[in-house]
Design a protein around this ligand. Structure first.
Ligand code: UN1
Length: 506
C-alpha cells in the first residue's frame, strides 16, 4: 500500500524534478491519475493570449538560436540528457502516476528521451547536405540545411514525454525553439520535463529566453499553435480525427506538419514461426501498456495449421496476466486512462460478439475504487475482419483471425485505414521478404519476429495512410525540422545559362 495519498506522492515527485507551479489552484484544471481515479493536482491554465505571447517569445528566440553553431546547440541537448539521467526515476514515476504505466514502462519512456538526446547530440555535427554535379563549367552546386523556425509539439496522454523529446531534441539541434502543448490528461509530466530542461539551460549559460515552453490547458492552445503563421512546423501525435483537423489547417497556411496518428497494427503468424517467441512478442505487443500504445498489436492472423497450438497458449497468457496498481504491485497491466476508454472498449467487444466473435476476457477488474478503470485484456476470435476490427480502439483488445493462404492474408493485413506498425512471425525466407517487399506490409514499420510495439529511437518512427505520413525520431527525420536551400555558385568568368538557353543582351 502507498504510505501517502497519491497527490502527496505527485507533489513530492514534481518537487524533486524542480517544478514550482502551484498544484492546488482553486478552479484550476484537474489532473486525475488513472491509477486510483483521484485528482492529484489542479493547475492554472494558459490563455490563448499566453499562447500568442509564447509564440512571439519563441519567434524571437529563433532569431538568435538559428545563429548558434549546431554542435553548440547539441551541447544543450547533451546537458539535458545528463539531467534526464539524474531525474529518470522521478520522471518515470510521473509517467506511471499520470498515464498508469508500469514502472518498467514508465522508465522505458524516459530512456527513449535519453536515447534521442544522445542521438541528437551526434546529429548536431552531421546536419549535412549534398554536393551535386552541375551541367555548367566553373560552377558548383550544393544543398545547405538551415533552421526552420518555431516548432509546435502536440502530444497525447499515452506517451506523455517521449514523443515530445523525439521532436524537441531534434528541433533544438536543428536550430528551432519548441512550444509544447501536452495532453490535458498529462500536463504534470510535461511540467516535470520542462523543469529538468531548465536545469540544462542554467548550466548551458547563454540560451535565448523561450527556447522551450509548455502551454497547459485545453484544445484552444493547440489551435493557437496550429493557426499561427509564426509556427513553422506542427508535430502532432493523437487520433486520426485530430489529424484530419490539424493537417488541412496547417496546409492552408503552407505550414509544415508531422502527423503521428492512429494505427491498426497487425501480426501474421506463419506455419514456420518460432511459437514460443511469437507468443511472448504478441503478449507484450497486445497487452503491454494496457493496449494504449499507438503501436499496440490489435489484429492477429494465425495460419490454420498452427491455430490450435498458438491460440490456446495465448488464451492461457491472457487469463493469467496480472492486472494491478502500477505503483504498488508488479502487475504487467495497469489501468485504462479513463471511463471513456473503458466504455469504448466495452462497445467494441459487444459489437465484435454480435458479429460472431468469441470474446475471452475484457471484463472490469476491481483493483482500485469505482473511479479507476482496470480491465482484463481481451482476446477475441473473429470469423472475419469486420466491424470493430477495422478501427483502432485504444484498449487491450486483440482480434484473432485464422488464415489459410499467404497472398490473401497480405491483402487483409493492409485492408485497414491505419498504416503504422506490423509484424510477421516466420522462419521462411520467402514469406519474410515478401512481407517486407513492395507488395507486403504497407506500414511505416514492418518487423520480423518481433512485435509491433517498442520501436527503437534510431529508426524513423511513423506510418502511412490514416497514420498521417509523418516521421519522427531517428534516421533522417531531422530534415523535417530544417529548410533546404539549393546553392549554385559560379566561380568562372562566364555566365552560361542552364539548359543551353541563350539570352545575350547588348
Ligand atoms: C506512441 O504510442 O505514441 O514503438 C509511441 C513504441 C514506442 C513509441 C510509441 N517506442 O511502442
Amino acid at each position: 500500500m502507498l504510505s501517502k495519498p497519491l497527490s502527496a506522492l505527485t507533489a513530492e515527485t514534481l518537487e524533486c524534478c524542480g517544478v514550482t507551479a502551484a498544484l492546488d489552484v482553486e478552479g484550476g484544471m484537474q489532473v486525475v491519475s488513472p491509477v486510483t481515479g483521484e485528482v492529484v493536482a489542479a493547475l492554472a491554465t494558459h490563455s490563448t493570449a499566453d499562447a500568442a505571447r509564447a509564440i512571439d517569445t519563441a519567434a524571437k528566440a529563433f532569431r538568435d538560436w538559428r545563429l548558434v553553431p549546431a554542435p553548440r546547440r547539441g551541447e544543450l541537448v547533451r546537458l539535458y540528457a545528463e539531467e534526464l539521467r539524474k531525474s529518470k526515476d522521478e520522471l518515470g514515476r510521473m509517467v506511471s502516476i499520470e498515464a498508469g504505466k508500469s514502472p518498467s514502462e514508465g522508465l522505458g519512456e524516459v530512456q527513449e528521451m535519453i536515447d534521442i538526446c544522445d542521438f541528437a547530440v551526434g546529429l548536431s555535427r552531421q546536419l549535412y547536405g549534398l554536393t551535386i554535379a552541375t551541367e555548367r563549367p566553373g560552377h558548383r552546386m550544393m544543398e545547405t540545411w538551415h533552421p526552420l523556425g518555431v516548432v509546435g509539439i502536440i502530444t497525447a496522454f499515452n506517451f506523455p514525454c517521449a514523443p515530445w523529446c523525439w521532436n524537441a531534441a531534434l528541433a533544438l539541434v536543428c536550430g528551432d525553439p519548441v512550444i509544447w502543448k501536452p495532453s490535458e490528461k498529462t500536463p504534470l509530466t510535461a511540467l516535470a520535463c520542462q523543469a529538468v530542461f531548465e536545469r540544462a539551460i542554467a548550466r548551458f549559460g547563454d540560451a535565448p529566453d523561450g527556447l522551450s515552453q509548455v502551454l497547459v490547458g485545453g484544445p484552444e492552445l493547440g489551435e493557437a499553435l496550429v493557426d499561427s503563421p509564426k509556427v513553422a512546423l506542427i508535430s502532432a501525435t493523437g487520433s486520426t480525427r485530430m489529424g484530419r483537423i490539424v493537417g488541412p489547417k496547417v496546409a492552408a497556411r503552407f505550414g509544415k506538419c508531422i502527423l503521428e496518428l492512429g494505427g491498426n497494427n497487425a501480426g501474421i503468424v506463419c506455419p514456420s514461426a518460432d511459437m514460443d517467441m511469437a507468443l511472448r512478442a504478441i503478449a507484450f505487443g497486445a497487452m503491454g501498456t494496457a493496449g494504449q500504445r499507438c503501436t499496440t498489436m490489435r489484429r492477429l492472423f494465425v495460419h490454420e495449421s498452427i491455430y490450435d497450438q498458438l491460440v490456446p497458449a495465448l488464451k492461457k497468457a491472457y487469463a493469467s496476466v496480472t492486472v494491478g496498481n502500477p505503483l504498488e504491485s508488479s502487475a504487467l497491466v495497469g489501468p485504462l486512462i479513463d471511463k471513456a476508454a473503458f466504455d469504448g472498449m466495452q462497445t467494441a467487444l459487444k459489437e465484435a460478439a454480435e458479429l460472431g466473435g468469441s470474446v475471452h476476457g475484457g471484463q472490469r477488474e476491481a483493483v482500485e475504487g469505482e473511479a479507476a478503470y482496470y480491465v482484463k485484456p481481451a482476446l477475441v476470435e473473429m470469423p472475419e475482419q469486420t466491424g470493430p476490427v477495422l478501427r483502432e480502439t485504444f484498449a487491450p483488445i486483440l482480434y484473432v483471425m485464422k488464415y489459410s493462404d499467404f497472398d490473401p492474408v497480405l491483402e487483409l493485413h493492409n485492408d485497414v485505414g491505419g498504416g503504422l506498425s506490423s509484424s510477421i512471425f516466420t522462419t521462411d525466407l520467402r514469406e519474410m521478404e515478401t512481407f517486407l517487399s513492395a507488395r507486403g506490409s504497407d506500414c511505416g514499420i514492418a518487423n520480423v519476429n518481433i512485435g509491433t510495439s517498442g520501436a527503437e529511437i534510431g529508426g524513423a518512427f511513423g506510418g502511412e495512410k490514416e497514420t498521417g505520413g509523418g516521421r519522427e525520431s531517428g534516421s533522417d527525420a531531422w530534415r523535417a525540422y530544417m529548410r533546404r536551400a539549393t546553392n549554385t555558385i559560379n566561380y568562372s568568368s562566364e555566365l552560361p545559362l542552364a539548359q543551353g538557353v541563350v539570352f545575350d543582351i547588348d
